[in-house]
Design a protein around this ligand. Structure first.
Ligand SMILES: Nc1ncnc2c1ncn2[C@@H]1O[C@H](COP(=O)(O)OP(=O)(O)O)[C@@H](O)[C@H]1O
Ligand SMILES: [Mg+2]
Length: 240
């Protein structure tokens, strides 16, 4: 069941972000709607992480406006973010999820059942009692997904969650992401992996040097990139 107050659409209106004399994002306007996953792609340093942090409300824009479901209030709503390197509590896998549920305000008597369901959802039931810091990279990222899902998000922001994983672990994480998308969660995910883009994306936001360079359905992006930068990126050429 959805809370009456929605965080979608997520709207960035002429948003710029500066740190000192550096411009990290230049006049970005975009609207994120419910539906298939949105992948933010672009070379290192393009501004993907900065954009996700703004979308989460962790940083305020230097200029321009952001709104969630028509509200400009940055207070955490129904959204969750997953960083590239998750930090685990020095506890078991199950206890890490229980902690996230407690943080999300789930009453104590419901937590054990929810922990079991989330462990199953991310395929970690067998590892419930393993210290979280002993999990492999892929397992840790799946646990991080379980903790994010514990918040029952409407928007799930993911920052290159498979960047450090081998292909098998990458597929495991992608499966969970696809199931989350199918359950109605809006996925907004940064990646620089073209294979991942083909497997997951409904639409693509292509960033170069802090600016939104191209945006559209993933299929169009692959078939007919509209800019020389996108064409070069698709060829695997260095775009900086
Ligand atoms: N707080 C900061 N101060 C100055 N420069 C920053 C800061 N954060 C990020 N940057 C720079 O801004 C650019 C965009 O960074 P980032 O959003 O992390 O890009 P991406 O995630 O696409 O690699 C990079 O060149 C990065 O080094
Ligand atoms: Mg980044």
């Amino acid at each position: 069941m959805r809370a009456p107050c929605s965080d979608l659409p997520l709207v960035l209106d002429d948003v710029s972000l500066r740190a000192g004399s550096t411009t990290l994002l230049k006049r970005v306007s975009l609207t994120i709607l419910p539906g298939a996953p949105t992948l933010i792609i672009g070379p290192n340093g393009a501004g993907k992480t900065s954009l996700l942090r703004l979308c989460m409300g962790l940083t305020a824009p230097s200029s321009g406006r952001i709104s969630w479901g028509g509200r400009g209030n940055r207070a955490p709503g129904r959204r969750a973010i997953l960083f590239q390197r998750p930090v685990m509590l020095r506890r078991t896998t199950a206890a890490n999820i229980a902690y996230a549920l407690a943080q999300a305000g789930i009453p104590r008597q419901q937590r054990a059942r929810r922990v079991a369901a989330l462990l199953q959802r991310v395929g970690l039931s067998e590892l419930a009692q393993r210290p979280a810091r002993r999990l492999s990279g892929g397992e840790a990222q799946r646990l991080a997904l379980a903790r994010a899902l514990a918040r029952d998000p409407e928007i799930l922001l993911l920052d290159e969650p498979t960047a450090n994983l081998d292909p098998a672990a990458t597929r495991g994480v992608e499966e969970i992401i696809l199931l989350a998308a199918q359950s109605g969660i809006k996925i907004v995910m940064a990646s620089h992996d073209l294979g991942q883009l083909r497997r997951l994306a409904g639409e693509v936001i292509f960033m170069v040097r802090g600016a939104l360079c191209e945006r559209g359905p993933a299929k169009d992006f692959f078939d007919q990139p509209a800019t020389p930068e996108a064409a070069a990126f698709l060829r695997g050429d260095l775009v900086i």
